[in-house]
Every structure is written in structure tokens, then in C-alpha cells.
Design a protein around this ligand. Structure first.
Ligand SMILES: Cc1ncc(COP(=O)(O)O)c(C=O)c1O
Length: 317
């Protein structure tokens, strides 16, 4: 790789940018009840997730040995799996047990991100019909040492509005955290081709909705705005920010708004389990607000959210 391409990669950031951690080369991964070294963690080429994207996942964070907002994540996971008749084969305490075993095997307690993946399982034949997945679900848990990169906090993420939109819920409901993320992947590619880090996606009516990997908020004249929620992921972090605003008398609105409102915002930020609240530096090449990093409202909400996580993950391990 030449120097220019290395620089190009270093210049571009994603909301899932973490500090390099060599320990991640040697992590242990949960695969259907077994905990195995990373290079031995494998699923079948007949797996429904691999073949069709037929599965659901959750991204969670471990703080002080506890999974933040575990019940909210389980509500979303179990609701989605129920909607697509995917039998997880265990209840939420079984999932917690699997997560705890994986964390213990890796001696992980803090600065950890996990991807819990559940697919319809291995198929008999390489075709679509769910009835061909007869061997029950495939459950995989990947936990990595993960400290979000500071560069995002000081620079802010660059968004580009992309042609790929969030569709109506009767096509593929955006509330499904499905293995198939092609809609989001296309949006991300379009943003990258426009020279940005992440894609800002509109809904099917042209209102500003969400990004390809996170929920999107703007701040205008002391008010916090986010989309109606009709076409975006029902993000756990999104809901926590809305609730925190309400509890702290910060005006918050779930409403339709357009790019005109977003470009002229005083601040903008993204929410997601991985990065908590990520400040937005620019949208379509236009600088947002007149500050370099997170603005005052984003900073205040980051502090309130950190405190909420602390309360939620308090107690002995
Ligand atoms: C498209 C999309 N939006 C938003 C989010 C953020 O959701 P959460 O706050 O629950 O991590 C995710 C996370 O999986 C996502 O995939």
C-alpha cells in the first residue's frame, strides 16, 4: 500500500472507530455453546445468515462487568425474532448466561463491545425457504476490546446525504436489526464515494431520517430534534437521549425536518451503543455550528448519558 492510500484511510473515520488493541487477535468467540479461539470460530456455508442475511443481532457494551441496558436490547431482539418466527431456543437469562461465559473466558469487564448474532440456522439446501433451516438457530457472540477513538470526539464525523433512502415498514422494516444490512451498506458506500465518513439517509418523503449505522439528532436554539422514528432503527441510545432530555427539561421533539433545518443546526450528533454520542462536524461539506468538537448541548447530553450508564451498570460483578 502506498503512502497516499494509507493517509486516505487514516483521514476517513467511521462511528465504529476504536483504538487499536492487539488483544483482539486472540479473543475467544461463542459459537452455539462452545467458546473457541477466534481462528476456529466458524459457521456452515449453509447457514441462513450467510446465505440470506436471515438473522437478527444486537450490539451491546460491557461496563463494570454489566451489559448496559440489557433489557432494552433483549426487548428489541425478542420482538424482532418473534416477528420473523425465529426461535432463539433460550430465554433472556440463557442469553445472559452465554454472554457472561464469553466475557469470563476473555477476562473482559470494561471497554468491551459485543455483537450477539442469531440466525435461523444451517439449511438442508442452498435455497430461501425458512423450512429448509432445520437444525435450529446459530448463535454467535463476538466480544472485542473496544475503546471508541478520541479522534471522532475532537474532529466530528463528516456526513453526506445519499440517494439510498429509508423505506416504508412494509418492505423491510428499519426496526429489524437484521443480518442483511444491504440498504445501509449501499448508503455507506455512497457516502464514501462522496468523500464523507457516513451516509445521512432521508426517509421516503424526503425528510432527514438517520445515518447508515446510527440515529441522528440536531440541536436548534436549545431544542433537540430527531426524526419521528417511523423509518429508522429504534435505537436504544436514541430512546435514552430522548428520555434524558425529558427528565432534564431539555425540549426534545420527534418530528419531520428537512436538510435546510439540518444544515443550519447549531449542533448535530449521532447516537449508537458503540460510540454513545458522536458529534457531527459537517454535512455535505457544510460545517455544522461554530465549534470544533462537540457543542454545549452534545457535551451536556454526553455527561448525562455517561451518568445513566453508570447507574445502569452499578453493582458488583
Ligand atoms: C441502522 C442503525 N441505526 C441505529 C443504530 C443504533 O442503535 P443502538 O442505539 O441500539 O445501538 C444501529 C445499531 O445497530 C443501527 O444498525
Amino acid at each position: 500500500m502506498n503512502e497516499t492510500s494509507v493517509d486516505a484511510i487514516e483521514d476517513s473515520l467511521t462511528t465504529h472507530e476504536a483504538e487499536f488493541d492487539a488483544r483482539n487477535r486472540d479473543i475467544k468467540i461463542y459459537v452455539n455453546g462452545d467458546i473457541v479461539p477466534r481462528d476456529q470460530a466458524k459457521v456452515s456455508v449453509y447457514d441462513s445468515g450467510f446465505m440470506l442475511g436471515d438473522g437478527m443481532w444486537e450490539g451491546m457494551r460491557l461496563y463494570n462487568g454489566h451489559w448496559a441496558f440489557f433489557d432494552d436490547h433483549m426487548d428489541r431482539l425478542f420482538d424482532s425474532c418473534r416477528a420473523i418466527d425465529l426461535d432463539i431456543g433460550m430465554d433472556r437469562s440463557g442469553i445472559l448466561d452465554a454472554l457472561t461465559r464469553t466475557a469470563c473466558a476473555n477476562s473482559m469487564v470494561e471497554n468491551v463491545h459485543c455483537r450477539l448474532m442469531i440466525t435461523r440456522g444451517t439449511k438442508d439446501k442452498p435455497f430461501q425457504h425458512p423450512a429448509l433451516s432445520r437444525s435450529g438457530p446459530t448463535i454467535v457472540i463476538i466480544m472485542e476490546h473496544s475503546k471508541p477513538s478520541n479522534a471522532l470526539q475532537s474532529k466530528g464525523i463528516r456526513l453526506a446525504t445519499v440517494p439510498q433512502v429509508r423505506g416504508l415498514p412494509m418492505s423491510q422494516d428499519a426496526k429489524f436489526n437484521s443480518h442483511s444490512k444491504l440498504n445501509c451498506v449501499i448508503a455507506c458506500l455512497q457516502a464514501e464515494q462522496a468523500g464523507a465518513d457516513e451516509g445521512l439517509m432521508l426517509d421516503c418523503h424526503g425528510f432527514v431520517n438517520t445515518t447508515n449505522a446510527c440515529n441522528f439528532f440536531i440541536v436548534r436554539k436549545g431544542e433537540v430534534w430527531t426524526s419521528t422514528g417511523d423509518y429508522c432503527m429504534n435505537g436504544v441510545t436514541r430512546q435514552k437521549i430522548i428520555d434524558l432530555c425529558k427528565e432534564n427539561n431539555i425540549p426534545v421533539y420527534e418530528r419531520n425536518f428537512s436538510l435546510v433545518d439540518a444544515y443550519a443546526a447549531d449542533e448535530a450528533f449521532l447516537t449508537g451503543t458503540f460510540g454513545a454520542q458522536t458529534p457531527v462536524g459537517e454535512i455535505d461539506g457544510k460545517k455544522i455550528g461554530n465549534h470544533d468538537a462537540a457543542g454545549p448541548m452534545t457535551t451536556r447530553l454526553q455527561t448525562l448519558y455517561r451518568e445513566l450508564v453508570k447507574q445502569n451498570t452499578r453493582g458488583s460483578v
